[in-house]
Design a protein around this ligand. Sequence first.
Ligand code: CO8
Length: 255
Amino acid sequence: MNFVLLEKRDKIAIIRINRPDKLNALSPEVLDELEKAVKEVSEDKEILSAIITGTGKAFVAGADIGYIKTLDEEGGYRMALKGQEVFSAIENSPKVFIAAVNGYALGGGCELALACDFIIASENAVFGQPEVNLGIMPGWGATQRLVRKVGMNWAKYLILTGERIDAKTAYHIGLVQKVVNHDNLMDEAINIANLVAEKGPLALRLSKEAINKAFDLGDFGFRYEALLFGKTVGSKDKEEGINAFFEKRKPNFFK
Ligand code: CO8
């Protein structure tokens, strides 16, 4: 694996998204490697908790925008389902997943953090769902998990404005559980992962399963998100939004 590094330390695992030159943007290749790492961690009897983090100045700056540019409506729908599957494997894993957010967690990056059981953030972390800036919408679970985790008002605010928020604000709205000094992020995350790993494995697994049931509303919302994501990916607004991103200018969306 090149784009995702997996390290095991006794009862904990560290998964690093490792594509720093593109701010760890999730291309299909990165997503495939992440899927393998999550599966390996989930099936490893020795491991009880896992940390997901990013190399360099970003956690994950989103799905790969260059790749989204190539997709039509059907391709967008398929890719939305694929990412949802990987993120649901994290959410439903018998292991406890901690997102250690070291920098940008935007779009699909914020959705990856949301799929984890909780989030520890560096004071430098930046969160957001900027898809609307590109003429598209979230497709990897934010319309569902953000509502469940921070409530409908903040979910709407973040998704409909595309505004980025800092770690302090993310803590304030309940998205982040702890904000720490940037240099201490991994030490803090490892301490928490070890704290979890001291507990009874059965108790951890069943507690997580029971908590997830609190919002077990079935797959309908996620499937609907993927379907609508596909529609935005098939739109002229996407062409304009993504061209504007690469040309570093403001988009002129269609009425
Ligand atoms: N995809 C592809 N490349 C990216 C991405 C991305 N999401 N983010 C950054 N990059 C690339 C840049 O193009 C640049 O590449 P190059 O050096 O070749 O020009 C490199 O990473 C460094 O980025 P910047 O020069 O832009 O770095 P800055 O520090 O100036 O800015 C930002 C950092 C603010 C994070 C800026 O890069 C940015 O705005 N990135 C895009 C953030 C974004 O819009 N994310 C959402 C993407 S859409 C999404 O995630 C949808 C999820 C659901 C998908 C469902 C199926 C596909």
